[in-house]
Design a protein around this ligand. Structure first.
Ligand code: PNS
Length: 180
């Protein structure tokens, strides 16, 4: 597929990465030569996974894809993009509810550096409701997330919550399955 040689930075929290993010990366790679996922360090949010854990997860999720790069950044995104020679900031938009926030960020970033263009991509419809926050909530309450995240994330979630939170729904589901 024809594409530019541009490097696109895909910034985010990725706490954890979801199939929606993976879908955006796949679409990004169809247009840009390289896509670099950059995890924001020192976010105000209280993350479930440490930055190092998130990097490990991304490494496993994108293993064997030479056009996907992984990194962390702090400070202004445009400064980071300029430093690594990226001309594009890639972000996914799932629904209208994302738009206000994304639009504000894109215009602020443009004001800070007009040479860096923000490009929005839409994930597949089946991922429009998938967010890292909901994945964590659903998993913790015992719901199934295997269609929503790569296998490494499901495994890491299991490890993270092992012996911590009561995954009540999960045990109920297992009990039901045993009955059948
Ligand atoms: O996945 P998220 O949490 O929605 O990602 C938000 C992110 C990392 C893209 C955003 O918080 C960001 O770019 N932060 C860096 C600080 C910055 O550059 N702020 C000014 C422009 S809005």
């Amino acid at each position: 597929m024809p594409r530019t040689r541009a490097l696109a930075v895909f910034p985010g929290s990725f706490d954890p990465v979801t199939n929606g993010h993976l879908d955006i990366v796949r679409r990004g790679l169809a247009v840009f030569g390289r896509v670099r996922l950059a995890i924001l360090v020192n976010s105000e949010k209280q993350p479930l996974f440490s930055v190092e854990e998130r990097l490990e997860i991304l490494r496993e999720a994108f293993r064997g894809n030479p056009r996907v790069e992984l990194d962390t950044f702090s400070g202004l995104l445009v400064d980071y993009a300029r430093k690594v020679g990226a001309s594009v900031i890639l972000r996914g938009i799932r629904a209208l509810s994302d738009f206000d926030y994304e639009f504000q960020m894109a215009l602020m970033n443009r004001r800070l550096d007009p040479r860096i263009e923000t490009v929005f991509m839409m994930p597949a419809e089946s991922y429009t409701y998938v967010s890292s926050r909901l994945v964590k909530e659903v998993f913790q309450l015992g719901g199934r997330v295997s269609d929503l995240v790569p296998p490494v994330v499901e495994r890491r979630l299991r490890e993270k919550y092992r012996g911590k939170a009561p995954r009540a729904g999960a045990s109920r589901t297992r009990a039901k399955r045993r009955k059948r």
